[in-house]
Each structure stands twice: as structure tokens, then as C-alpha cells.
Write a protein that binds this ligand. Structure first.
Ligand SMILES: Cc1cc2nc3c(=O)[nH]c(=O)nc-3n(C[C@H](O)[C@H](O)[C@H](O)COP(=O)(O)O)c2cc1C
Length: 218
């Protein structure tokens, strides 16, 4: 690798020009707009349109981010699944404020969400768990997510152990330490890239069950 090849990042840029946001024709409910944007993203070439960066807060106030996959959009909540002993789950249980972020480069769009998260009812997690491929179900049992493990071999052995345990069973039960969280958004910003960096930003805020919206400068 050329020793300077990572030093030309200042030259990496592109123009954004695909679309514009006209607030006079945007829905008054941002979850409706979000659903429509997700449908567009699913039709694009993006291999992970449902991937979102989920940020939680550590006890000392330090933000902590990672990607998770969005699994459901409902009228007032967004659902994802994870290990309830993971770092993110512990952080949500002690501080429920979260941020979620989507970037769809093919559409020159991002959505920035702030809200509160909490665990789903067991029945809802059970239902989703049963829809997952068998291998993913076994991995949910085998992986002590976010814990330090000795090496890869340990994980492969754990996988084999649970594979053996559930061999011949009709269903793999959901581990009690694995399930969903729902995010209830209270702020949602829709960003559409614009020519000459004159991007469109429309921010919706929920107050007393009513969404209002403003335009922000790019
Ligand atoms: C494309 C992609 C999708 C992922 N989807 C999930 C997911 O849906 N749930 C999950 O727990 N981790 C998912 N991960 C792994 C997380 O990013 C993370 O490594 C893991 O959840 C542990 O995070 P934590 O230690 O901060 O709790 C995904 C990672 C990538 C890159």
C-alpha cells in the first residue's frame, strides 16, 4: 500500500442531488414518512437497508454505539432484537434514553432518531425467535454476547454443544436472556442531501402526543 494512500481523505467527497424535501407535502406523522423511506431503501442496492446505528449511554455518560437490525416499524415504535446480557441491554436497562441512526447512501438520506427503549413482552420475542433460522437460534444460546471469551474455538465448541442439545427437537426455545427492545421515538430528523451542501433537514418533535416539525439549517 502506498504510504500516502490513507492521507488523501480530504479529497474524498461527492455531490448530493437526488431529491429535495418539501415540508408542505410531507406527512404530519414522521413514522409514516420513515416507513416510506424504509420501503425506498429496501428497493435500493443497499445490502443492509434495515441496519441502524444504535447508541446507548454508559453509566459515566459515555455514549456507546453499534449496528443492530431493525425488525419492525409500528405506529409509535421501532423493534430490534439482542442479547439481554449484552452491554447495550445493560445500558438500556439502567438508562433508557437511546439514539438510532440510519444512513442510506444510495438515496443520499439519513434519519436521526432520539427516544426511550424498553424490553418487549416475552410472547412477542418468542414469536420472532421462532421465525429465525435454526442456526441463528443455536447461536443465540451459544454466544455470551459482549463477554470476554478465551478464543474462537470456545465459541465453536459452545455452538456444537447447543447444536447437540437441540438435535431432534421440534423447536429451539428462546433463551430467557435473548429478546427484543422497542424504541419509542420522541424526535426524528429526516435529512436529504442537497446540491452544494445545501441539504434539507426536517425535524419532528413529539410533545403531548402531537408531532410538530421545523426545518433546520444544514
Ligand atoms: C450489519 C450488522 C447487523 C447486526 N445486527 C445485530 C442485531 O440485530 N442484534 C445484535 O444484538 N447485534 C447485531 N450486530 C452486532 C452488534 O453490532 C454488536 O457487535 C453486538 O450486538 C454487541 O454489542 P454490545 O456489546 O455493544 O452490546 C450487528 C452487526 C452488524 C455489523
Amino acid at each position: 500500500m502506498d504510504e500516502n494512500s490513507h492521507n488523501d481523505l480530504e479529497q474524498v467527497r461527492r455531490e448530493y442531488s437526488l431529491d429535495q424535501l418539501d415540508e408542505s407535502i410531507l406527512p404530519s406523522d414522521p413514522m409514516v414518512l420513515f416507513g416510506a423511506w424504509m420501503e425506498r431503501a429496501r428497493q435500493s442496492e443497499n445490502p443492509d437497508p434495515t441496519a441502524m446505528t444504535l447508541s446507548t449511554v454508559e453509566s459515566n455518560g459515555q455514549p456507546s454505539s453499534r449496528i443492530v437490525l431493525l425488525k419492525k416499524i409500528e405506529a409509535d415504535r421501532l423493534v430490534f432484537y439482542t442479547n439481554y446480557h449484552s452491554r447495550k441491554a445493560k445500558e438500556i436497562r439502567s438508562r433508557s434514553r437511546v439514539a438510532a441512526h440510519f444512513y442510506w447512501p444510495e438515496l443520499e438520506r439519513q434519519v436521526k432518531i432520539a427516544g426511550m427503549a424498553g424490553p418487549l413482552e416475552d410472547a412477542e420475542s418468542d414469536h420472532y425467535f421462532q421465525s429465525r433460522p435454526l442456526e441463528s437460534q443455536v447461536t443465540a444460546w451459544a454466544s455470551p454476547q459482549s463477554k470476554v471469551v478465551p478464543d474462537r474455538k470456545y465459541l465453536e465448541n459452545e455452538y456444537r454443544k447447543y447444536q447437540e442439545k437441540f438435535k431432534g427437537s421440534k423447536v429451539v426455545p428462546r433463551p430467557a436472556f435473548w429478546g427484543g427492545f422497542a424504541i419509542i421515538p420522541s424526535r426524528m430528523e429526516f435529512w436529504q442531501g442537497g446540491l452544494h451542501r445545501l441539504h434539507d433537514r426536517i425535524e419532528y418533535t413529539l410533545k403531548k402526543k402531537h408531532w410538530s416539525r421545523v426545518r433546520l439549517a444544514p
